[in-house]
Design a protein around this ligand. Structure first.
Ligand SMILES: O=C(O)CCC(=O)C(=O)O
Ligand SMILES: [Fe+2]
Length: 332
């Protein structure tokens, strides 16, 4: 395997009681990575490889099942919670059908949670496939671990911006919005993208991937591959860090090649601000907002956005799943 072009950061100083000097050194490396491409690998994160291997095996069992079985948990059954399975071609990340199928999960909320009772979109219970009973505990365990890693990583990002380490947790991620997806890119002779060019919507994405490869990142030096690196997670910044920092840190466009020779599985986890958090620039970043709407993949300025993270996310979801969004909106 050739050495990856993206930096590899050992975040273990954030996961144990490391001396301040070690954390400062890591914060400087985080700042460099965030100022450059906004994509980096993390190691020393403590996610148990055996747990990931189990997730991989169970996911393969799910996707290998006939479509009729998978239909039992199709996203339309998830209603406004936006959970469940969607088939190949249903998601339009950048206006074109992606060559992937997938499972959507989020924070597990029961029917008596106030936001579920209020019919808040994207809130509710997950849908679990009865024919892969082991998936539920494994997905929930992986999500809990990734949330802890993301929260710690945000303390490093805060330090890299000269903020108090718990700045993000205090202001944005005390009650984070968390989305977890399992994507299957079947080997196909069809022309197209596995996922079209886009930026992620929230704060941080942590991605585990199998060894097939296909993820590509738009760096200041052009498109490069982000190949799998054993034991590492890929981390990238989302639109909300771009918005909060006035463009000092950017959400970086990326895409996934359509799989040709073999299938690919990936496991992105999105760690985002609280649903009702108002997203305004950080105190010392408001003065020098640099807008890049003209260069962005969707020509939409993240800096012109006003409102809560929930508003932002919902508008994005409506664009990538227009048919489902229309159907779900009609039910209300
Ligand atoms: O599958 C991947 O490697 C990336 C997926 C992705 O970019 C996303 O879901 O936002
Ligand atoms: Fe993405």
């Amino acid at each position: 395997m050739t050495a990856p072009a993206l930096p590899v950061l050992d975040i273990s100083p954030l996961c144990r009681d490391a001396p301040g000097s070690e954390r400062d050194r890591l914060a400087r490396a985080i700042a460099d990575a965030c100022r450059d491409s906004g994509f980096f690998y993390v190691v020393g994160h403590g996610l148990d490889p055996a747990l990931l291997a189990r997730l991989d095996a169970l996911s393969r069992r799910f996707f290998a099942a006939p479509a009729a079985d998978k239909q039992a948990i199709a996203m339309r059954h998830g209603g406004r919670a936006w959970r469940g399975w969607f088939p190949l071609g249903d998601e339009l990340t950048s206006g074109q059908p992606d060559l992937k199928e997938g499972l959507y999960f989020g924070t597990e909320l029961s029917a008596d949670h106030p936001r579920v009772r209020a019919d808040t979109p994207l809130h509710g219970a997950n849908l679990w496939p009865a024919f892969v009973p082991g998936l539920q505990p494994v997905v929930l365990a992986v999500m809990a671990r990734l949330a802890d890693i993301a929260q710690r990583l945000l303390t490093g990002i805060a330090r890299s911006l000269d903020l108090e380490p718990d700045y993000f947790r205090r202001h944005y991620t005390g009650e984070p919005t968390q989305l977890f997806r399992i994507f299957h890119y079947p080997a196909t002779a069809r022309e197209g993208w596995g996922v079209g060019e886009h930026t992620d919507y929230g704060l941080l994405t942590l991605l585990a991937q199998d060894d097939a490869g296909g993820l590509q990142v738009k760096t200041p030096r052009g498109w490069i591959d982000a190949p799998p690196l054993a034991g590492a997670l890929v981390c990238n910044l989302g639109d909300m860090l771009d918005r909060l920092t006035g463009g000092f840190y950017r959400s970086t466009p990326h895409r996934v090649r359509g799989s040709t020779a073999r299938d690919r599985l990936s496991f992105p986890f999105f760690f985002d601000p609280a649903w009702d958090a108002e997203i305004v620039p950080l105190p010392r970043r408001a003065a020098d907002i640099s807008d890049d709407a003209a260069d962005r993949w969707d020509r939409a300025s993240v800096h012109a956005f006003r409102g809560t993270y929930g508003d932002y996310l919902l508008a994005k979801v409506a664009r990538v799943f227009p048919a489902l969004h229309a159907a779900v909106s009609e039910q209300t």
